[in-house]
Design a protein around this ligand. Structure first.
Ligand code: GLU
Length: 309
């Protein structure tokens, strides 16, 4: 008899656990350097509304760049396709914080999931609002999607990144020099650092991302959160760009659209089936969680979840 979903989640966690602690935590953000690397969680939220979890799936962690998926969805709702004039949708093949391409491509970032692209997206998401209003919309969106009002921003992490943010400041100033920011640099960055400091557990993250597995709909009410076409396109960008210069390897191993964060979280989407969140703080060189991606690979294989079916 085929294993149940819960058994497959448990088995994937057990298979990945020996890799827990491998790699390095993101110590360039001092607050993240303090996180215990020997933790691992996995949550699978299915389109029928059930969430299966294993390990440290209820421990909140810094979602970092996984937040870029949610700001992209909100910014596209706000600005529509005009957003694509400030950012492309090609894989970069470079590191998350690389500046090289930005100069040769006149300040227009390759895609919305590298740092420069995400800063430009957040800049447009702010629009004519204050940073506070913008961040309140983002937190409210995540709380509503996850049906969990406890989701918060970890202000210590936000401040820690703001202090250590020379690299992101360089990217933002570079874009400003090419007139590709509408806000003052520190305004765009202030919102970006706060979105990266959102603190969610695997369970909350899988539930928050589930609309992307449901053609943009709320799985419970059927309400259209974003259009079907936009949902497919966000998944396409996650597939091709979600893991920086490790995106091809992730697609090869896991076969699902995904987004990594240097807090060790990964959100993967199996269209029509469910959303998976894995977390373990040890990262490979591209900033993807080693044990987290191993758990995803095991689960996707066992469940037969792949966009290449
Ligand atoms: N806040 C991180 C940075 O800007 C995000 C990078 C990531 O999570 O991949 O450096």
């Amino acid at each position: 008899m085929a294993d149940t979903m819960s058994e497959m989640v448990d088995a994937a966690l057990a298979a990945a656990k020996p890799r827990c602690g491998e790699g390095t935590v993101a110590d360039y953000i001092p607050a993240l350097a303090k996180v215990d690397p020997n933790q691992i969680g996995l949550a699978v939220a299915t389109t029928d509304g059930v969430c299966h979890t294993a390990g440290d799936a209820d421990t909140p962690f810094s979602i970092q760049s996984v937040s870029k998926v949610f700001t992209l969805a909100l910014a596209l709702e706000r600005t529509s396709d005009a957003l694509w004039s400030c950012v492309g949708r090609e894989p970069s093949g470079t590191a998350f914080n690389s500046i090289v391409q930005l100069e040769s491509e006149n300040g227009r970032p390759r895609n919305p999931l590298i740092n420069a692209g995400a800063i430009a997206v957040t800049d447009r998401l702010i629009g004519d609002r204050s940073t506070e209003e913008t961040i309140a919309e983002l937190v409210g969106f995540l709380r509503e999607r996850a049906v969990d009002d406890t989701i918060e921003i970890d202000e210590e992490v936000a401040q820690s990144e703001a202090k250590a943010g020379a690299r992101n400041r360089s990217l933002a100033h570079f874009m400003a020099a090419f007139d590709n920011l509408t806000q003052p640099v520190e305004t765009a960055l202030g919102a970006y650092f706060r979105q990266c400091a959102l603190s969610l557990s695997c369970r909350q993250l899988a539930q928050a991302g589930l609309f992307l597995a449901c053609n943009g709909r709320d799985p419970k009410t059927g309400a259209q959160i974003i259009s079907e076409e936009r949902c497919r396109r966000i998944n396409a960008v996650m597939m091709t760009c979600g893991h920086y210069d490790n995106s091809g390897e992730f697609a090869f191993r896991v076969g699902l659209p995904g987004k990594s964060g240097v807090g060790g979280g990964i959100l993967a989407i199996a269209p029509g089936r469910g959303a998976i969140a894995a977390w373990s703080p040890g990262l490979n060189k591209a900033g993807t969680s080693l044990a987290g991606s191993a758990a995803l690979e095991h689960f996707a294989k066992a469940a037969g979840w792949s966009v290449f079916d």
